[in-house]
Design a protein around this ligand. Structure first.
Ligand code: GDD
Length: 389
C-alpha cells in the first residue's frame, strides 16, 4: 500500500486526529519518506493475522453477505453477528448456510452468533454488562449492540485489532481494500491505542439515467460539520479536520476498543469521536496508560467507491437524528451549537420539537466485564453460536 503521510494533525490532549490521507497505489514495497509511506504485503499480512473482522448483519441480501465474506483477506478471524429474522421466514438459517458453505469451500475460520441468542443474555448478565439488554432480557436491537457483541467475542480471541465491515456492500473487493487500509493505519500508528476510520472516495448514486459519483453522503456532510463546530467552539480556531464522523467502516486496536464507550444505533460512530474528546481531552480519564501513550485517529480515503443498499429517506432521517442528537447531548456542546442542531433537524423534517431529542443510551467500555465468566456461560447456554476453525 502506498499512502500519503498526514501533513496536518490536530492535538486534543492525548488524542491526535490526523487529516485525511489518500491511497496512492494499492501495492508497494516497504519504505518511508517525509510525505509518503510504502507498506509491504508482508507488513500488512502480519497485522491481518492479529485482526478480527466483525460483520454486523440484519436481513441483508444473502448475495451481499456472501460477497463480503469472500473478500475478507486471508489471515483475519471473522465474526458475523446477525440480528436477522427468524421464525417462518428464517433469514438467519439461510445466513448460516452461507457461512458454512463459505467455510467448507475456503477453510477460512469464522464464528457466527445471533444477537437475540438467550445464551448471550445470560452471559452478559453474569459478566456484569446487563446494560446491553432490553426490558425482555434480550440484547437490544441495533447495529451498535451487534458491534459490541462482536467486540466481546473478539476480545476472547486474544487478537490485537478489531474492525467492522457492513454486510450490505455491493462491491466485494472494496471490503478487501478496507481491511488492508485498517492494517496500514495500525502500522503507521505510534501508539497501541489507535483507530482507523475510512472515508469513501465516492458514493455513487443513480441520477436520472446515469451513475453520478457523489463525494459526500448527505448525513456525513452534516455530521462532520457539527463535529468540527463542536471542536472549534473549544479551541477558538475553525477546523475541518473531521471527515469521517459517520464512518461505519472503521477499526481499532483492541486496547482502544476495550476502553471505548458506545452509543446506540446510528450515533455509534460520531459518538466514538465525542467520547475520545470528552474523556481524554476535556475529562480526567481513569485510563492512565492511554493518557500516557496517547491515542491516534487516522482517516483514510479509499480507492474504491462505496455502493451499498439504499434504504430510503426514513433511514437517512434516522441516521441524521442519531448522529446529531449525540452531538447535541455532548458535554462539549454549548447553546449555539444546540440551537443550530435543532434548526438543522427541523429543516430536514426529522423532528418538530426540541423535546424529541432524547439522549442516546451509552454502553460503557467492555473492559470491566468478567470475560472469563462471559465465555464460560455463553459456551454452556448459547443456542446459535457456531465456530468453524
Ligand atoms: N447485528 C446487527 N444488528 N446488524 C445490524 C443491525 C442490528 O440490529 N442493524 C443493521 N445492521 C447491519 C446491517 O445489516 C449492515 O450490515 C450494517 O449493520 C449497516 O447498517 P445499515 O442500517 O445498512 O446502515 P447504512 O448502510 O445505511 O449506513 C452505514 O453507513 C453509515 C455511514 O454512511 C452504517 O455503517 C452506519 O453506521 C454509518 O453511519
Amino acid at each position: 500500500m502506498l499512502i500519503e503521510l498526514p501533513r496536518h494533525t490536530e492535538i486534543f490532549g492525548c488524542v491526535k486526529i490526523h487529516e485525511l490521507q489518500k491511497v496512492l497505489k494499492f501495492e508497494s514495497n516497504s519504505f518511508e519518506s517525509p510525505l509518503l509511506r510504502g507498506v509491504s504485503r508482508e507488513e500488512i499480512d502480519e497485522i491481518l493475522h492479529k485482526t478480527v473482522v466483525i460483520v454486523p448483519v440484519k436481513d441483508e441480501k444473502l448475495h451481499l453477505l456472501d460477497g463480503v465474506l469472500r473478500s475478507i483477506p486471508q489471515g483475519c478471524e471473522i465474526i458475523v453477528v446477525s440480528n436477522s429474522q427468524r421464525g417462518e421466514n428464517d433469514v438467519f438459517r439461510m445466513e448460516k448456510e452461507i457461512v458454512s458453505n463459505f467455510h467448507r469451500v475456503t477453510k477460512h475460520p469464522i464464528t457466527m452468533i445471533h444477537q437475540k441468542d438467550p445464551g448471550l443474555s445470560v452471559a452478559f448478565k453474569e459478566a456484569g454488562y446487563e446494560v446491553i439488554l432490553d426490558n425482555s432480557g434480550f440484547v437490544r436491537n441495533g447495529k451498535a449492540e451487534g458491534m459490541v457483541v462482536g467486540l466481546t467475542l473478539a476480545k476472547n480471541m486474544n487478537k490485537d485489532y478489531v474492525c467492522f465491515v457492513d454486510a450490505d456492500n455491493y462491491i466485494p473487493c472494496s471490503v478487501n481494500e478496507y481491511i488492508k487500509l485498517y492494517a496500514t493505519g495500525f502500522i503507521l500508528s505510534k501508539t497501541p491505542y489507535s483507530m482507523v476510520r475510512l472515508h469513501w472516495r465516492y458514493k455513487p448514486k443513480v441520477m436520472e439515467d446515469r451513475l453520478y459519483f457523489k463525494k459526500w453522503g448527505r448525513v456525513s456532510e452534516i455530521t462532520n460539520r457539527f463535529l468540527n463546530l463542536l471542536i472549534s467552539i473549544h479551541t477558538g480556531f475553525e477546523t475541518n479536520i473531521i471527515k469521517t464522523g459517520n464512518a461505519g467502516e472503521h477499526g481499532m486496536s483492541m486496547k482502544l476498543a476495550e476502553i471505548m464507550a458506545h452509543s446506540t444505533g446510528y450515533s455509534v460512530e460520531p459518538y466514538q469521536l465525542i467520547y475520545l474528546l470528552e474523556e481524554f481531552w476535556k475529562g480526567d480519564s481513569k485510563f492512565k496508560e492511554a493518557v500516557n501513550l496517547g491515542i491516534e485517529v487516522y482517516q483514510i480515503e479509499t480507492l474504491n467507491p462505496h455502493v451499498h443498499e439504499d434504504k430510503g429517506d426514513e433511514h437517512i432521517k434516522e441516521m441524521l437524528f442519531g448522529s446529531l442528537s449525540t452531538i447535541y447531548h455532548s458535554k462539549l456542546a454549548n447553546d449555539k451549537i444546540k440551537n443550530e442542531i435543532l434548526e438543522e433537524l427541523k429543516k430536514n423534517e426529522v423532528i418538530k420539537k426540541e423535546k424529541e431529542l432524547k439522549k442516546n443510551k451509552i454502553l460503557p467500555p467492555i473492559i470491566n466485564m468478567n470475560m472469563k465468566k462471559f465465555i464460560e456461560v455463553l459456551l454452556s447456554h448459547s443456542e446459535t453460536l457456531i465456530t468453524y476453525q
